[in-house]
Structure formats: C-alpha cells, structure tokens
Design a protein around this ligand. Structure first.
Ligand SMILES: Nc1nc2c(ncn2[C@@H]2O[C@H](COP(=O)(O)OP(=O)(O)OP(=O)(O)O)[C@@H](O)[C@H]2O)c(=O)[nH]1
Ligand SMILES: [Mg+2]
Length: 182
C-alpha cells in the first residue's frame, strides 16, 4: 500500500467494482481495454501517471490515486492536499447507488475537500446501461446537489470500453481544452 502522506492531488473514489481501475487504465491509453478486459479488485491503492497536453501544447504528467472501494472506511486517510476527486458510480448497478450516494455526500461535506473540484462519473455507460442513467441521477439526487452546493460535482458520462466521455474527463482533469490528437 502506498504512503498516504505522499501528496497526490487527484483522488479516484467510488464503491467497489464501479469501474475506477478500468477508467484510469483507459485514461493512460492502455491497450486492450475492451469487453475482454477483467481487472482485479483494487486491494489498497494504485497510483496512475497520466500524460496530457497542457494549454500551451506541452506534455505534462499528472498522478491520480485510486483507493479501492473495499477501502471506503479508510478513504479519509487520503484526503489531505487533494484538489480534485473523480467519484465513479456504476450506472448498471442500481442496488449499489444509494450506498454510493451516501459516501459521496460524506465526501462533499468533508472540510478538507471544501475547495476540491468533484467530477461525478457515471461509468459503464455502454448502450445496454444507458437507459438507467436517469434513475441513477435521481438516486444520487444530482439536481438537488447542483442547486444547493457551491462545490456541486461536474457530471460526466463515460465508458472506457467504448471511449465515450474520456476526452471530457481528461479536459476536466487538466483544465485544458479538449485535445483530440494525443
Ligand atoms: N460494461 C462495462 N463494464 C465495465 C466498464 N468499466 C468497468 N467494467 C467492469 O466492471 C468490473 C469492475 O471494474 P474495476 O475497474 O475493477 O472497478 P473498480 O472500481 O476499480 O473496483 P475496486 O478496485 O474493487 O474498487 C470489471 O469486471 C470491469 O470489466 C464499462 O465501462 N462497461
Ligand atoms: Mg480498482
């Protein structure tokens, strides 16, 4: 397990199996992220180095720390110095969404994350699961969060398997214009 003291500005959280590892691997432009890809559950944490072009066209590296869903009771150890939180919710698993919402609200109320930017990723937005999008947003009370919170999460719909939403996620992370050739 990595050292929680090591400052990594971007944290990727969400319930187990919500698709964090798959999403971050795809952000790294890893090969073979398709229907045959079967990641192992993250026991502990993983750090992913992501390369991107900044607004001056220069290649830069950003580190993102994933903390496995199994580690939810220990997430609070990793919040110091965090500037951005990618919160991944599995749209195909409506049974898990209420629990995901409670964990999200706890993070939004966390004083150490008061000025952090939240990116709420509805994952597994493959065609088969798209129909569940509205139910998922309702269960997360997304409309209420957007109107009542100053640090309301930015909503993104993504599927690492189809590539949907990946450029938007990169752009939201890098505060840079969308770059199509990377
Ligand atoms: N259909 C579909 N399945 C996905 C997608 N992303 C991830 N999965 C599957 O969901 C399962 C869990 O994915 P992971 O990326 O390991 O999830 P995780 O959030 O990292 O899980 P933990 O590390 O246990 O917290 C795997 O079987 C993936 O293949 C997606 O976009 N579409
Ligand atoms: Mg994982």
């Amino acid at each position: 397990m990595d050292d929680p003291e090591k400052r990594i500005p971007v944290l990727c959280l969400g319930p187990k199996g919500s698709g964090k590892t798959t999403l971050l691997k795809k952000l790294q432009n890893a090969e073979g992220i398709d229907n045959t890809y079967s990641p192992v559950p993250t026991i502990g944490t993983n750090i992913y180095d992501i390369y991107y072009l900044n607004k001056h066209g220069k290649k830069q590296m950003m580190s993102i720390r994933e903390v496995g869903g199994e580690m939810a009771p220990l997430w609070h150890n990793y919040l110091d110095g965090v500037e951005k939180v990618i919160y991944v919710v599995d749209t195909s698993n409506l049974c898990q969404i209420s629990a995901a919402a409670v964990l999200l609200y706890t993070l939004l109320a966390e004083p150490r994350l008061k000025s952090a930017k939240f990116i709420l990723v509805l994952s597994k937005m493959d065609a088969a699961y798209r129909q569940m999008r509205n139910e998922a947003l309702l269960m997360l009370q997304h409309t209420r969060l957007s109107t009542e919170l100053s640090n309301a999460p930015t909503l993104l719909e993504a599927s690492p398997l189809t590539g949907e939403g990946m450029e938007q996620l990169k752009a939201a992370l890098c505060d840079t214009k969308i770059v199509s050739t990377f």
